[in-house]
Design a protein around this ligand. Structure first.
Ligand SMILES: Cc1cc2nc3c(=O)[nH]c(=O)nc-3n(C[C@H](O)[C@H](O)[C@H](O)COP(=O)(O)OP(=O)(O)OC[C@H]3O[C@@H](n4cnc5c(N)ncnc54)[C@H](O)[C@@H]3O)c2cc1C
Length: 419
């Protein structure tokens, strides 16, 4: 457990201070960059520093670098560079995509071409080779083609987050365990944060929200800001029962884009998730684990039956109490891009939200540079513009929310919408 500050340590304001609300992978990465710069006093606030209550604590951590949005590909590449330097954080197991219809095979061929153009290693492999890479997972019957991304892998989000937090603490960042319950905005400035431990003065500080799936609810506190379309959605994920650890080459992460299904080898068990259901908007409670209903069990059962050789191992919890299934909540946005940057009309307010593990380190580094006033390269400036949290200004929130929900099923593939 880290050393925690008291409210008296942190209640006073100062012009060098940056307050980060949220200590998931994004908040901790921001804290690490900003504290390590030596230019800012960093205060990191979260409800819990013991357990990761947010999405970070539940992500299976697939990091696929190719995305039809070149901004997301770039952020993923920057993030992987960082994860590779963190001990125990990133395993280059590769990412395998499979197709069972001619249309899906054509889509893989197109992704292959575009990935190569984007400078991301990719290879079309035979179906036999694909099956041999994950023989317990992949059904051979009906396979038409396979695309392998050699440099993709899995990030252990908990290891990454703990690492960033240690770096931040090592550079003097203070950690306050408190629930931010309200904000006081006066004119164009956030003056105060009301927390479960007391009030923190903020008029001279910069405040950044790295609050993940809670962003929409906390920002509804701030009158006069645009509604930011960061919509929390439910997502079912399930495991097989535990077994002896597989030996030999680790399996790649496997995806069946046409079925919106993915699976991974967790070492002593396998896991799978499915996007093949109607999107469910679910506001989180204390944690990013939502409610589980029989409809999710059947989503996983149908998905595993379609794609997985070991489908019978992904049985319902009722039939096998050793298996585990849960509904993890994460954020979607109307164009699949994070909302990250300075908020217009509020002088001291920033957002860094709707960021995947895949893009977290890269996004946090970019936003830290902006907060420190460091000049951006042309590539960084282009990505930064694309993530501008004000890009939906003036649009109807309910329409944006529906667009965001509509992105859920194609989360890995879809091109960022031009809005
Ligand atoms: C089931 C599942 C599967 C996923 N699969 C993948 C994957 O394969 N690859 C991938 O890249 N991503 C995946 N994701 C998405 C990824 O986990 C998230 O996008 C990422 O972890 C978000 O990080 P974050 O730091 O922004 O948010 P979080 O981890 O949610 O952190 C937000 C923090 O803010 C704190 N907080 C919020 N409000 C307050 C408040 N008012 N006061 C104090 N503290 C507050 C919370 O306690 C929390 O710690 C998955 C997510 C889930 C749930």
């Amino acid at each position: 457990m880290p050393a925690l500050a008291t409210i008296t340590d942190v209640e006073d304001d100062n012009a060098h201070r940056i307050i980060i609300i949220g200590a998931g992978i994004v908040g901790c990465a921001l804290a690490s960059n900003l504290a390590a710069s030596g230019e800012k006093d960093v205060l990191l606030i979260d409800r819990s520093f013991r357990d990761l209550l947010g999405s970070t604590g539940h992500a299976p951590g697939f990091v696929g670098q190719y995305n039809d949005s070149l901004f997301l590909s770039q952020l993923a590449k920057w993030s992987v560079e960082e994860y590779m330097s963190i001990p125990g954080a990133f395993q280059v197991v590769g990412g395998l995509e499979l197709a069972t219809t001619p249309v899906a095979a054509a889509s893989l061929a197109n992704r292959y071409k575009l990935a190569r153009e984007a400078g991301i290693p990719a290879e079309l492999v035979s179906c036999e080779k694909a099956v041999s890479m994950a023989p317990d997972l992949i059904k051979h019957e009906g396979l038409k083609s396979a695309l392998f991304f050699q440099s993709d892998g899995t990030a252990d989000a908990k290891v990454v987050t703990a690492y960033f937090r240690r770096i931040a603490e090592g550079h003097g960042a203070r950690l306050l365990e408190a629930d931010v319950q309200g904000l006081e905005r006066c004119d164009e400035v956030i003056h105060k944060l009301q927390t479960s431990r007391g009030v923190i003065q903020t008029a001279s500080s910069q405040v950044i929200f790295a609050t993940g799936v809670w962003t929409k609810s906390i920002l509804s506190e701030i009158s006069g800001t645009e509604p930011f379309p960061v919509i929390p959605v439910a997502h079912p994920y399930g495991f097989t029962p535990r077994r002896d650890r597989r030996t030999g080459q680790p399996y790649p992460f496997v995806r069946w884009p046409e079925y919106h299904v993915y699976a991974r080898d967790h070492g002593d068990r396998d896991g799978m998730g499915s996007y093949d259901h109607k999107p469910v908007w679910e506001e989180p409670g204390e944690s990013a684990i939502g409610s589980w209903g029989p409809e999710f069990a059947s989503v996983l059962a149908v998905a595993s039956e379609k794609c997985l050789k070991n489908a019978q191992e992904f049985v319902t919890v009722e039939r096998n109490p050793d298996a585990e299934q849960f509904n993890g909540i994460f954020s979607v946005t109307p164009d699949n891009l994070p909302l990250a940057g300075k908020v217009q009309n509020v002088e001291n307010m920033w957002l860094c939200t709707a960021v995947w593990v895949t893009h977290a380190a890269g996004t946090a580094k970019l936003i830290s540079k902006r907060m420190l006033g460091v000049e951006l390269t042309a590539a960084e400036a282009a990505v930064s513009r694309a993530l501008d949290p004000n890009r939906f200004a003036g649009m109807e929130f309910q329409i944006l929310a529906q667009q965001a929900l509509g992105r859920y099923n194609d989360i890995y593939n879809s091109q960022a919408l031009e809005l």
